[in-house]
Write a protein that binds this ligand. Structure first.
Ligand code: SF4
Length: 535
């Protein structure tokens, strides 16, 4: 049995996520502390920084808030690298077995989730009230629309919008939510992908769903039960006292209390620079959930979806049961290991079920549902996905002989990275400060270094100028890398259509991978075929 669960001893007391370090490298495997801890140590480890900053170091470095994303750094003993993809030699499925036709660019990677067609099996989001989403919205929205995928606006966007109009506790206008929807729709073809609005407990109280359906005419409303990186609801940093007070008055939990005089003085004296805005957690019950989903449809929601975190196995079964009963269009299960803006570091690392384990649980549940003849909602998996190899394996694992249960993969951090990096390098190009080696290799202007630009120019012609370079970067990442990479892998497996991927296309490389997923080990794979072919 593989024992890769994190044994890096420096992990407990020093993390790049919080910017902490230990004085020596050979730390205690049990505590992560230096074997000799001295008074005159200039380093800030987890313990010593906590002595100064307390709760602040529960979070990724506060100074990077709004300009960064963060995820878990723990090795969970099982991830997608514990599987390999079987390549095939004979024949071709989903296309004519003709060497001139069965070419990898002819692989069809389109999918459908909840009845919505996708050009590639990808959703991105949910990007909510965290600053990094707001600041990078143009790239995310236009990049998603031109890529033909679903983009989800995350929780609390209206609640935190300073320009929102709220009457009798219900939102009647939100400049920020409207901007987010309008930006996506600018270059959306109206067919592939769409924009979804996610709603948590706070959003439901504020009537964000009704506002989004009636005033912004969105098609998809997503209910949120949590995410893999944190199970206590969305959190953001607020850097102004007045804003903190406003949000407290709107009903949010703000820590520390911005109306407390001692807190106000400490803030003004610079003892701390930001407040935390937390959300409440949901208390789902079967009856209320079923009624709520019916009500959403009666309000005009064409699709109703559910996003849930990586809760314990019984909660996974409960979620699947309710999603089936309510005829939810698709459910997103978000495994531990991902993250976006502001999740507590210990929670990202230590809490919830990592993605491969979670998918195994989900598949067990949906197989039971199917055997009972119940409706199985489309499944979307999330949690640390950045490339097509993970996607291939996650989709293939979910096909027991009919069609894959997993219709698409949701990514959050990596699309933001593509957008942020594009934005930064375009800025450097304008200032003529690009790294020398990058400029020499790829060119010094965006027209040259974004290899996806010519394709977008061909597709959008005059309207290409409406596509910001950040969106070109996201499109290039999704279509020039992930789509092409997926086509190559699938052609190597001799499968020319996504719904042909199945469990025979992958093998386990570790005992744990096999134990968790029942995918056979490589040394067990097709042993009978060897005998049959040669005897
Ligand atoms: S305070 Fe002690 S445990 Fe922390 S880095 Fe310094 S010597 Fe090591």
């Amino acid at each position: 049995m593989s024992e890769r669960v994190h044994k890096n001893s420096s992990y407990l007391n020093a993390k790049s996520t919080t910017g902490t370090l230990t004085r020596v490298k050979d730390v205690s495997p049990t505590s992560g502390m230096c074997p000799i801890c001295i008074r005159e140590c200039p380093f800030l480890c987890e313990i010593s920084l906590a002595a100064f900053r307390g709760r602040e170091i529960l979070y990724p470095e506060p100074a990077q808030y709004g300009k960064s994303t963060a995820g878990s750094l723990k090795d969970y003993g099982l991830d997608w690298s514990h599987f390999n993809i079987n390549s095939s030699l004979i024949g071709a499925e989903g296309i004519s077995a003709d060497s001139d036709v069965a070419l990898f660019p002819n692989v069809n990677v389109e999918s459908k989730v909840g009845g919505i067609p996708l050009r590639i099996p990808v959703l991105i989001g949910a990007y909510g009230s965290t600053d990094v989403a707001r600041l990078n919205w143009d790239g995310l929205a236009i990049g998603a629309a031109t890529s033909g995928i679903i983009l989800t606006v995350g929780e609390n966007v209206c609640g935190i919008d300073p320009d929102a109009k709220i009457q009798n506790g219900k939102v009647t206008y939100s400049k920020e939510l409207k901007r987010r929807v309008d930006t996506f729709r600018k270059l959306w073809d109206g067919k592939y992908g769409d924009i979804a609005i996610q709603t948590n407990v706070e959003d439901q109280r504020l009537g964000v769903d009704v506002y989004a359906l009636s005033k912004l005419e969105v098609n998809i409303i997503e209910r949120k039960w949590g995410q893999g990186a944190k199970a206590i609801g969305g959190e953001v940093r607020i850097n102004g006292l007045d804003r903190a007070i406003l949000l407290k008055k709107r009903g949010y939990m703000i820590l520390p209390d911005p109306e407390d005089k001692a807190v106000q003085e400490a803030f003004k004296e610079g003892v701390f620079q930001t407040f935390e805005r937390h959300s409440r957690v949901g208390m789902p019950s079967e009856q209320e959930f079923l009624e709520d989903i019916d009500w959403l449809r009666s309000q005009g929601a064409k699709r109703v979806t559910l996003k849930t975190g990586a809760y314990r196995p019984a909660a996974v079964a409960f979620t699947i049961k309710l999603a089936s009963g309510a005829k939810i269009d698709y459910v997103t299960f978000d495994g531990a290991g991902g993250g976006t803006g502001m999740s507590p570091v210990p929670m990202m690392n230590e809490m919830s079920t990592p993605t491969v384990y979670l998918e195994a649980q989900v598949l067990k549940c949906v197989e039971i549902l199917k055997k009972k003849g119940k409706l199985v909602p489309d499944i979307v998996m999330a949690g640390g996905f950045i490339d097509e190899t993970q996607m291939f394996k996650a989709i293939a694992m979910s096909n027991f002989g009919d069609k894959p249960y997993v219709k698409a993969i949701l990514m959050a951090r990596s699309p933001l990275t593509a957008v942020m990096k594009s934005s930064y390098f375009v800025e450097l190009a304008e200032k003529k400060q690009l790294p020398k080696a990058f400029g020499e290799r790829y060119g010094t202007t965006p027209e040259k270094f974004f290899v996806g630009a010519p394709e977008l120019k061909r597709l959008y012609k005059e309207r290409f100028k409406e596509i910001p370079w950040e969106a070109v970067g996201l499109y290039t990442y999704l279509h020039e890398r992930i789509k092409v990479g997926l086509q190559q892998l699938m052609a190597g497996a001799r499968k020319w259509s996504l719904d042909l991927l199945d469990r025979d296309d992958i093998v386990s490389l570790s005992e744990r991978a096999k134990a968790v997923t029942s995918i056979p080990l490589l040394e067990e794979c097709e042993t009978d075929a060897i005998e049959r072919i040669l005897s």
